[in-house]
Structures are given as C-alpha cells and as structure tokens.
Design a protein around this ligand. Structure first.
Ligand SMILES: [Zn+2]
Length: 337
C-alpha cells in the first residue's frame, strides 16, 4: 500500500509539473528579480538563473513533505480580528510573548518566516556558500511573492467561505498566465532595506487591503456573466478542463485596474531588495569568485510517501485520498466541478 501511495503521489506531483501553470507566476517573478541586481551580484545570479527560476516553486512542493513548511506561505490576518495587519507584533520574539507558537503557526507565519529566511541568506552570503545562497534566494523569492498575494492573508484563502471556490488559482495563476505578457515589469534597481522585517509587513498590509476587491469584483462579474461565458474548456494534461474564460479573466483584470500586475511587480522588486539587503548585510562578499566553480545542486529530495495533513492551499487537501489528488489538483487549478 505504501508503495502504491508513493507511486500515486509521484504521478500526482509529476502531473502537477506537467500542468505547472500554478507555478508560472512564481517562476517568472524570481527570474525577473535577477535582472534588477547590481553589477556585483548579477553575474552570479545570472549564471544560475535557471536554478533560481525552477526552484521558485520548491517551497510549495515541500508543503506536504516537511513539517512546519505549510504555514510559512501565508498569514490569516483576519483570524486575529479587525485591523490585525496593523497591530500584530512585527518581530517573532514579540509575537511569542503574546501568542503560543502553536497559535501563530496555525494562522500562518508568512512575514516572520520571510525575515527569518533573509537572515539565513545573509549567513550563507557570509560563508560564500554558493549552494546555500541559491537555495535560500530561490526560497526567499517564493515566500516574498506569497505574502504579496491578497488571498494569502485571509482564512478565506480560496473563496471557500464566500462561495467563490477556485478564486485562489484564478487570481494567482490564470490571470498571470493569460495576461502577464502584456504586464510592465520594469521596477528599477534593487535598493537596500533598512528594516526588512517591516518591509515584509508592508507586503502583508498592502496585500490584505487589496483583498476586498479580489473577492468583490469576482462576485460582481459573476452576476454579469452567464456560466457558459464565465467558463470555457481547455485541454490540460490531456483532460478537457473547465477554466475561467478569457473574456471573464480580462474583465476581472480590468476591473482590478491592474492589481495582479501591481502585486507581481511589487514582488519582483521586494525580492530583489531582500537579496540585495542580505548581500550588503553580509559585508558584500565577492560573488564573482564563486563563478569559477559552476554550482551543481542536487535536486531537493522530498519524501511524499506520507503526505502531511496540512491545510489546502489552492484547493488541494492532503486529507483527500491520494487517487483523488490529481483530480483535485486539476479541479483546484481549473475549476472542474
Ligand atoms: Zn506558496
């Protein structure tokens, strides 16, 4: 049985890879961030840009395999009551004075974890540990991008509390996939962050304030679109799959006045700023010397034989039977009902 589960999960995970649209934005954001780096950094990062791009999605793959990973991707700000994004303790130690670690982890530790990962990246820069630098830079890119997503700041992360199940992948996958070729990603040069932990909180605040529009506009448009106009069918991994239609996606993006584009751009800039800040804080080590030996990084091993019972992210729940996982993944990403 164990073998069967592992095999099914393998199918599911590789299937997820085949239809890796959900990972599209993460990859694009990490990749774009590289181009904003200063001359002292860009050589090393460009030489490893494929790694930084491909591994932008590693933290999501890790969620079912590594205890403590899932909660790093979000913060359910509304679990703490009104205006919590403005009131929650900014630093982890302060938070532990008020809440138990279990409580904090249950509602997500996104902004604190982003800062923690930045500190680890600084240490890796200090050691001039090329492998660790690349792994942590890719991870940090993922975490920063996640806390810029409005639906990563709420208990209603997939519209499941408001009858809008599937909105998570709609906002963060479908819109970028269809429309981001026309987005403007010029963000200027990376700049130093005096207080990166507070910058991580800025991300959460801005994302959380955008949440009303994310949910309300989808509702308003749903009233205007008949079901056969709201959805269309596309081939996904050999399966004819119901997706949000192009016209519905464009109407949503227009109504949001480029919010998805703005949040992607904010992510790119913030990631670059975090990488740059970590490098400065490490004493600006010479990265060009690392170029002499090309970095070989083995693929991260994850044991998915016993998937963890973590909260679903985009509608995928590890509580579901493994044989349902692939279907569930497809449903979550593309709203098959
Ligand atoms: Zn994530």
């Amino acid at each position: 049985m164990r073998k069967f589960l592992a095999f099914t999960l393998f199918l599911f995970l590789s299937g997820a890879d085949l239809v890796a649209w959900g990972f599209f934005a993460h990859r694009k954001i990490n990749r774009l961030a590289v181009y904003t780096l200063p001359i002292e950094m860009i050589g090393f990062f460009k030489a490893n840009i494929e790694f930084i791009t491909e591994n932008a999605v590693n933290p999501d793959r890790r969620r079912y395999a590594v205890i403590g990973e899932a909660e790093k991707h979000f913060l359910d700000a509304d679990a703490y009551g009104d205006s919590a994004v403005f009131k929650l303790p900014r630093y982890w130690n302060q938070a532990l004075e008020i809440f138990t670690e279990e409580e904090l982890r249950r509602h997500g530790i996104g902004p604190w974890n982003a800062y923690h990962t930045k500190i680890q990246l600084t240490e890796a820069f200090k050691r001039k540990d090329a492998k660790a630098i690349l792994r942590l830079a890719a991870d940090l890119g993922h975490y920063i991008a996640d806390i810029n997503v409005p639906l990563h700041t709420t208990k209603n992360y997939n519209g499941q509390l408001t009858g809008q199940y599937g909105i998570h992948a709609f906002w963060e996958s479908r819109v970028p996939e269809l429309l981001s070729d026309d987005f403007d990603f010029f963000v200027g040069k990376a700049t130093y962050l005096e207080k990166p932990q507070l910058t991580a909180w800025d991300a959460v605040i801005v994302a959380h304030m955008a949440l009303d529009s994310v949910l309300n506009f989808e509702k308003v448009l749903t009233e205007r679109f008949d079901d056969d106009k709201k959805y269309s069918y596309e081939e996904r991994g050999g399966i004819s799959t119901r997706v949000y239609s192009r016209s519905f996606t464009i109407a949503y993006n227009d109504m949001l006045s480029g919010q998805v584009e703005r949040q992607m751009r904010r992510s790119v800039k913030m990631i670059a700023d975090f990488w740059y800040t970590a490098w400065i804080d490490a004493g600006q080590p010479d990265l060009n010397s690392l170029l002499k030996n090309p970095v070989e990084i083995p693929e991260e091993k994850m044991d998915n034989s016993k998937p963890l019972n973590v909260r679903e992210h985009e509608g995928i729940s590890s509580r579901e039977k493994p044989e349902d996982l692939r279907k569930s993944f497809m449903r979550a990403m593309w709203r098959i009902n």
